[in-house]
Each structure stands twice: as C-alpha cells, then as structure tokens.
Design a protein around this ligand. Structure first.
Ligand code: PDD
Length: 300
C-alpha cells in the first residue's frame, strides 16, 4: 500500500503513521460494513461544519443502534489534535466508528468495544477544470436502496451500492454516476447530492427520495433562504433533469461542481451555468465566514 499524500491515522486516541495503522480482521466494519462514517475537512487546523457532521454521525449511529466509542467533544478534540500533528494547510478528515471486533456472527448485540478511526490526509485543491468546464455523469443502472433496506440517510460503511454505480460511470469513461430511486426518480450521486436549475429556480430532491442529507445541501438551502433565492426540495425524473437549464452536484470536499452532460445529453449550453457559478461564489463566501467563526469558537 502506498499513500502519496501526507497522512496520519488516529485509532482509539493513538496517532499513528499510515503504515502502522491497522484494525482487526474481525472488526465488523471490515466483515459487514457495520460502521458509520463522516467526511469533513480542515483549513489551518479548523474543522469545517464539525457540529453538523457530528449531528449526522450521531444520527447515523443511533439509527443502526451502534454505540459511538467516544462522546462528541472527545471526537472533535481528537480531530483537532490529529490535524495539528499532521501540520498541513488543508486536510481531508474521515471519521469512522465501527461496532468493533468479536466472534464471527451477524448478531450485533454481543458485547464488544467499538473502534474509532480518524484518517487525516493532506487535501489538495480540486482540479480547476471541474469548475471551469464541468463534468460528465451517467445515470446508473443500479438503483439506490429503499429506506427500509440499508437506509440511504445513514452514512454507514456499507457503500457497495454506490461503488457499483461508480463502476458503471468509470466503465463509460464518465466522472461519476447519478442514482435513481426505486420509483425511477433522481435521488443523488454516489457521494454527492444533485441539483437542477430551471427558469432561475434551484431544485434538489427531498430527503424521502432516498438520499443522504448532505451538509453542503443543507447549507445551500439555508443560504437560499437568506439570499432570497428561489430554492426548493422536489422530486424530478431523469428526463426532467436532462432538460434542466443547469445541473450540479454538491459535497463537502467537491463543494459545487457543474454537470454539463448526462449520458449522451448535453445540459443547457454545455457550459457551467451562470446560476451555478453565482451560487458557488456565495457558498465560498459562506465557507470563509464559517472558518473564521469556528476558529474563534473552538479557540484554535
Ligand atoms: N460523501 N450523498 C452521499 C451518498 C454522500 O456520501 C455524500 C458525502 C453526500 C454529500 O454530503 P455532504 O455535503 O455532507 O458532504 C451525499 C462524502 C464527501 C464522502 O463519502 O466522501
């Protein structure tokens, strides 16, 4: 295994080099994807939207009855300490909590100690062509799981569904895939939320379309309210999406990426749209303000 970026791993409070970092092969996260996770990032050691990520981590864990090994304050403290040791300008942070290692059995009620893993690695700027030229997505044949199966609102370590959708995208030579739900409506990307712009209105599928409530998605919905933008949560079909004026995806690390082609359909002018660019600029202002206020709140 070679990891090219500067990386540190924290396992249950111990900071380790990546080559020293390992967990048991009996860990249920490895055996069954029986874990929850979050992805955030830091700038100058300040974590981004950390309370929202902790809210979602706690919600995911509670939905699958997984006890978190540490309290929220301790997780944030470990995150800040590990990132400080890494000593880079920007870092990617993955927080993983598993149900731990034990006898090989599906039964999750056996007494066992969970594992807490933080992976912190240097985060490089995303390629500028994503934002300047936009990206090409495919609609995956594999569909999103029903809420009564592996609930998409839980950010669990079980991502095989999304891995298979990404495999379809790579097979086609595309950037990523958009997934539909069992009703054939748009749900989300493999690790992102999807938005369309139609007649100046921003629309993203509602939570009951079977998706992960993205923190970027929530920030944008709040921003929309504050800035008096026309924004709503509504279902749309893949055909409606392909006829939209603009389409974009959102996620913590990718921010807002314009989608200029879906399958073989060019979206709008085939260039990143003006509304998408405007929203991205507003979001970047919000990020700057957020880092500043978090720096003082967390005393970093
Ligand atoms: N993924 N939908 C899914 C399935 C996701 O995995 C993610 C995030 C999102 C966007 O959520 P947010 O805006 O909170 O990042 C939507 C992270 C980035 C990942 O797994 O790498």
């Amino acid at each position: 295994m070679t990891i090219k970026d500067k990386t540190l791993v924290n396992i249950n409070g111990q900071i380790l080099k990546p080559e020293q970092a390992s967990v048991s092969v009996f860990d249920r996260g490895f055996l069954y994807g029986d874990s929850v996770y979050e992805v955030t990032m830091t700038l100058d050691g300040v974590p981004f939207m950390v309370e929202d990520h902790m809210d979602r981590l706690e919600k995911s864990a509670s939905k699958i009855g997984l006890p978190l090994p540490f309290a929220r304050e301790e997780i944030v403290r470990q995150l800040i300490t590990t990132v400080k040791s890494l000593g880079v300008k920007k870092s990617y942070v993955r927080i993983v909590c598993t149900r731990g290692a034990g006898e090989i059995t599906l039964d999750p009620t056996k007494e066992q100690t969970g594992n807490f893993i933080l992976i912190c690695k240097e985060l490089h700027p995303n390629p500028s062509h994503w934002y300047d030229k936009g990206v090409w997505m495919v609609i995956a044949d594999v569909i999103k799981k029903h809420q009564r199966a592996t609930d998409p609102s839980v950010k669990s370590g079980n991502y095989l569904n999304n891995v298979m959708a990404m495999a379809e995208a790579k097979q086609a030579g595309a950037f990523d895939a958009i997934m539909l739900n069992h009703q054939g409506m748009v749900s989300e990307g493999t690790t992102s939320n999807i938005w369309i712009v139609k007649d100046g209105k921003f629309i993203t599928p509602p939570l009951d379309a079977g998706l992960l409530g993205g923190i970027t998605r929530k920030s944008l919905l709040d921003l929309g309210k504050n800035q008096n933008l026309q924004m709503s949560e509504a279902n749309f079909s893949p055909e409606e999406m392909k006829k939209a004026d603009e389409v974009f995806l959102t996620s913590t690390t990718k921010e807002i990426v314009p989608i200029v082609k879906i399958d073989d359909q060019v979206i709008g002018s085939g260039q990143p749209g003006v509304n998408t660019r405007k929203l991205h600029a507003l979001y970047q202002d919000l990020m700057v303000k957020h880092y500043k206020s978090e720096k003082s709140r967390l005393n970093i």
